[in-house]
Each structure stands twice: as C-alpha cells, then as structure tokens.
Ligand binder design. Structure first.
Ligand SMILES: CC(=O)N[C@H]1[C@@H](OP(=O)(O)OP(=O)(O)OC[C@H]2O[C@@H](n3ccc(=O)[nH]c3=O)[C@H](O)[C@@H]2O)O[C@H](CO)[C@@H](O)[C@@H]1O
Ligand SMILES: C=C(OP(=O)(O)O)C(=O)O
Length: 429
C-alpha cells in the first residue's frame, strides 16, 4: 500500500498533455464484445479501470493486448462466461458488460458494479431498457441475470437522465431487430464517442449527443480502429490546479467546447483563460479571486465529477461560495478532509458553503473516492507544508500518470510505501 506526499506552495508552469477519457474508455472496451473481428482502441488512459476491463474481456475468452495506450481486442473467441463478482466490483463501468454481452450472446450474468460511493447509484433505468428490448432480468444474490430469446427494438423513455443507462441501452440495441428510440437520453461527449465507435463497427445510430437517440439494429458488427476523445474531467482537474497554483499552465489535447461550464466559472472568478482548437491556457496568480456558486447538472451543465476539486479551489476565493450537487446525494466526503486542512466549509443538505480565503495547511488525509482524491491533491498543492494522501486505489482508477504530469509542471509530489504501523492504523480506523 502506498500514500501520495505533496509539498505545497510550488507555482506551476508549463504544458500538460491530457489522456483519453476514462468514462469513454470504460464503455468503448466492453463495446468491442459486439464485434465479430478485432477492434483496436488508441489513446487509452493508463488507469486501473482500463486494465481491469481488459482482464475481464480475457476472462470471457477474448484475446487482449494493451501496449502504448492502445488496446487490441479479438472478440471472436469470447463466450458468455458468468462474471458474478471479483473484478466487476472494482469499478462502476463493469455494468457495460451487461448491455454488450446481452447484445452479443442474448445472455449474461454480471455482478452488481462498484465504483465511487456517492450516495445511492441504482441501475433501474438500465434494467428498464433491457426489459423493453425483450430481456428477462433478475437480481440473484448481488448479480444481474439477463436472458432473451431475441432482442427487438423499443421506444424507451429514461425517467432520469443517465449516462450509464443511455450507453448500456445503445450497446444492447445495436444488434436488436428493428428500431430503438431512447428518449430523455444523456448528452455527454462520451456517449457520442461510444456511438462513433459502434458506427465504425457497422452500427446505425443517429442523434447521439442529443436527447433522442435512434438505433436501427443490424445483423452483425465488424472490427475497426478507434481513437478516443480526451478526458474532459482530467482536463478540468488540471485547469483547476492551474487556476489555483499556476503562472501559465497550458493543456494540450483537449476539446474546449467540452469544458465551457468550467471555463465560464473560472472566468467569473477572475481567471484569464485562452482557448484554441485543442489547447487551453490558464493564467493564474490573481491577487484576489471572486467567490462563485456552482450547481452540478447533466451535460452541458457543470459536471459533478469536477465539483470536488473545484470546492478545494474555492477556499482561495474571498467571500462565500455555494456548491450544490444535484446529481448525487452524498458527494461531500472530501469536505471533512478539507476541514482537517483548515478549510471553512459547512454542509447543508446538498450544498457545501465555502468561506474564504483560507490558507490551507498540510495534513494526513484520506481519499474516499476518485474525485475526492483529486480534491485533496489540489488542496495539497495549495497548502503550506506536506499533505499525505491515502486511498490511492481510488485516484488510480481515473488519473493517468498523475505524479509525472504534476512534476512536469513543477509540483513536488511523490509516492511512498505505507509503513506496517500506518497500514495497521488504517485498518483500525
Ligand atoms: C463510468 C461513468 O461514466 N461514470 C460517470 C457516469 O456515472 P453513472 O453512469 O453511474 O451516472 P448516471 O448518469 O447514470 O447517474 C446520474 C443520476 O441518475 C441516477 N440513476 C442512474 C441510473 C439509473 O438507472 N437510475 C438512477 O436513478 C444516479 O443515481 C444519479 O443520481 O455519469 C456520472 C454523472 O455524470 C459521473 O459522475 C460518472 O463519472
Ligand atoms: C464517479 C466517477 O466514476 P465512476 O462512475 O466510475 O465511479 C468519476 O469518474 O468521478
């Protein structure tokens, strides 16, 4: 077991290259199951979610090679092997194995997914979609059993706008007979990326990126090569870090359009931001930052996945900011840790009220989930002294080469092994 150590206070300068999107990668990899010949996905991030999904494809008989951020998958030898527990619980996106395996084999047994604990994360809309397509779905001892004699197109209205349900239904519907229409679909860029891969495999999909997606089922899908979109959440995290500690931080390999809500909020606070085709420049060092209120919403609203690191940054603003998460009921576990570092933050219902400016102090803190980890890294960079962060298994699910990228910008951050005493203390806490 390891911890991250961050020596705060360094001013950051330079260019950081953004990796491929985690939330695309974790859907693109299961989507390869639907093809009859090999698929190659290039530009994948170096994160544990990607490695685990590669292992899961091997467990069902696929031939998988992951080298230089490129994954080659030969799905021709795959079988519908049950995956009731084990690795599926290590990540959220293992739920995409349900849609992809149901689509290809018309049957699957997949354990309920893991992922960040942010309050209840039901998958009822995924199941509603599978059932509408003709599947029988049961939940037996923590695993979802899916079976269909035949999948047929259907009109499915999502009761909540869900990224996972939208993609999962697309995966199950591309090989179904007839037309599927998903209404009140999510519009995140990752959905367009998955639709682009499926289209290159021979699927017929229209409307991805809008709230109505039409899918005309085809008989079979073939292999292809696909290049993933950049990670807007990783990019947003480095923008926030750049805003907090940067002189001039340039992000390379980004799509500025995907980050408009964050850019608008940073500009409201007084940051200077320039954008071009695939780069964003953040000029920090402002003497005083204005407080802002943010409310997380579905895309193109402010992303819930950036709420936590943004909250750390708001401790620098002069005055009171209110952060409201409308997507998850319990995405405030980072707040106790920020308070340990000296932040003045009150949680009232779904809102966190941040009063600043506060000079944070280094402390021993624990990442409870992926973006809580990002929030603590950001806070550690802003703080006086050394911050020690445990819970790295969460951070490693979503940030590719974190220390290398930050060191490249001039930060002092490194990993150390936990001592036996520290491991014992953690196990008892
Ligand atoms: C792997 C992946 O892509 N993860 C992202 C995905 O998660 P995920 O796909 O799990 O999130 P959803 O978009 O499905 O969830 C949005 C909201 O809908 C609710 N809901 C969802 C499905 C359902 O069947 N029933 C239901 O009630 C959820 O509890 C949540 O309150 O989108 C989230 C919202 O942008 C991001 O925070 C996650 O990073
Ligand atoms: C919540 C997240 O991930 P997951 O859905 O994979 O748990 C995230 O990426 O912030």
């Amino acid at each position: 077991m390891e911890k991250l150590k961050v020596a705060g206070g360094d001013f950051l300068n330079g260019t950081v290259n953004i990796s491929g999107a985690k939330n695309s990668a974790v859907a693109l990899i299961p989507a390869t199951i639907l093809a009859e010949s090999p698929v190659t996905i290039e530009g994948l991030p170096n994160i544990s979610d990607v490695a685990i999904l590669g292992d899961l494809l091997e467990e069902i008989g696929g031939r998988v090679e992951l080298k230089n951020n490129e994954m080659y998958v030969d799905p021709s030898t795959m079988i519908s092997m049950p995956l009731p527990n084990g690795k599926v619980k290590k990540l959220r996106a293992s739920y995409y194995l349900m849609g992809a395996m149901l689509g290809r084999f018309k049957k699957a047994v997949i354990g309920l997914p893991g992922g960040c604990h942010l309050g209840p994360r039901p998958i009822d809309q995924h199941i509603k979609g599978f059932e509408a397509l003709g599947a029988q779905v049961t939940n037996e001892q923590g695993a979802i059993y899916l079976r269909a004699d035949e999948l047929h197109g259907a009109r499915i209205y999502l009761d909540v706008v869900s990224v996972g349900a939208t993609i999962n239904i697309m995966l199950a519907a591309v090989l179904a007979k007839g037309r599927t229409i998903i209404e009140n679909a999510a519009k995140e860029p990752e959905i367009i990326d998955v639709a682009t891969l499926l289209t290159s495999m021979g699927a017929k999909i229209k409307g991805a990126g809008t709230d109505v997606i039409r899918i005309d089922g085809v008989e079979k899908l073939h292999g292809c090569r696909h290049s993933i979109i950049p990670d807007r959440i990783e990019a947003g995290t480095y923008m926030i870090i750049g805003a907090a500690m940067g002189k001039e931080v340039m992000l390379d390999n980004v799509i500025p359009l995907h980050l408009e809500s964050l850019i608008a909020k940073l500009r409201e606070m007084g940051l200077h931001i320039e954008t071009s085709n695939d780069q964003i420049l953040i000029i920090g060092g402002q003497k005083e930052l204005k407080p802002v209120d943010i409310k997380t919403l579905v895309y193109p609203g402010f992303p819930t996945d950036l709420q936590q690191p943004f909250t750390s940054f708001l401790t620098k603003a002069t005055g009171t900011s209110v952060v409201t998460d409308t997507i998850y009921s319990a995405r405030f576990k980072h707040i106790d840790e920020l308070r340990r570092m000296g932040a003045t933050i009150k949680v009232e219902g779904r809102s966190a009220i941040v009063t600043g400016p506060t000079k944070l102090q280094g402390a021993r803190v624990k990442a409870s989930d992926l973006r809580a980890g990002a929030a603590l890294v950001c806070a550690g960079l802003m703080a006086d002294g050394i911050t020690e962060i445990t819970g790295l298994e969460h951070i490693d699910r979503g940030y590719s080469q974190l220390e290398d990228k930050l060191t490249g910008l001039g930060a002092t951050i490194w990993r150390e092994k936990l001592s036996d005493k520290e491991i014992e203390q953690m196990q008892n806490s």
